[in-house]
Design a protein around this ligand. Structure first.
Ligand SMILES: [Zn+2]
Length: 261
């Protein structure tokens, strides 16, 4: 029987790169994708996820969890469509904590794991990366170790998850290959794989084009720029970023501010 794997795809740069990564690493597996509508104001990313899955010919589920996240949020997080302003500037700044949806990865991973077990997938892949660690505790390696253990113990012998023996090390199910990678490492992989960056959406503001000024836009532009510089320094081909940004220069200023602080 063909092995199945499930990838959580947001439509952003990281998870789209992950999707290509997983297809490459698991050439014989049937790859499935899952996305979440959690009421994000940048809901547009879901259309990008759908587009990429269509291009790659993958089965893709979009799960609506707006009733849960709306209930949890209470207007605290600017990620969810509300009157709160999306902060501008460098992602590492304190104000970016306003973009946290409480327990987001746990909620999504839990639902995705249920789907993975139901379809008989042998692994669940998520695109978290090192740059998120210091703001989001649910993006850290210790969280994912605990999550993996909980999921495989809780589904021992179900779907494609092998029976887990009491004192044995839990088997690997939740895969986070980028967990120690920087955003620039991921951008480098994306460029090397020839992934069309304009088919990924990062902007938290969710306008017609990327704003270039919000935390994720600044982080994206910084990472892509660094990756392009790396390729140039190695004498490799440097693919262009064909994404349209409303402000193409702001990120450099934001970066300077962050360095001075
Ligand atoms: Zn933006």
């Amino acid at each position: 029987m063909t092995e199945k794997v499930l990838v959580v795809v947001s439509g952003g740069l990281d998870s789209t790169t992950l999707l290509y990564h997983v297809i490459n690493e698991n050439p014989d597996a049937a790859v499935y994708a899952i996305s979440f509508n959690y009421g994000q104001r940048h809901k547009k990313e879901l259309e990008y996820a759908r587009h990429t899955c269509n291009v790659l010919g993958l089965g893709h589920a979009i799960v609506d969890i707006t009733s849960i996240t709306g209930f949890l949020d209470s207007g605290q997080s600017s990620l969810i469509a509300s009157d709160l302003e999306v902060p501008e500037g460098h992602y590492a700044e304190e104000n970016m904590k306003a973009t946290v949806v409480p327990n987001r990865n746990m909620i999504m991973a839990s639902i995705a794991a249920g789907h993975a077990v139901a379809i008989g997938a042998s692994s669940l892949w998520m695109g978290v990366h090192a740059g998120d660690h210091f703001i989001y505790p649910d993006c850290r390696p210790e969280f994912f170790r605990a999550l993996n253990a909980a999921i495989v113990r809780g589904n021992s012998g179900f779907g494609a998850i092998p029976v887990q023996h009491d004192n044995a090390w839990p088997s690997e199910f939740v895969m986070t290959p980028f967990i120690n990678s920087t955003k620039a490492d991921i951008a480098l992989e994306a460029l090397r794989r020839g992934i069309p960056l304009e088919d990924t959406w990062s902007c938290y503001k969710g306008g017609d084009v990327h704003c270039g000024k919000c935390g994720t836009c600044v982080e994206r532009l910084e990472a892509i720029n660094e990756a392009q510089e790396t390729l140039a320094s190695l004498g490799e081909a440097v693919p262009a970023d064909n994404t349209v940004y409303e402000d193409q220069e702001f990120w450099k200023e934001a970066l300077k501010r962050e360095t001075v602080r």
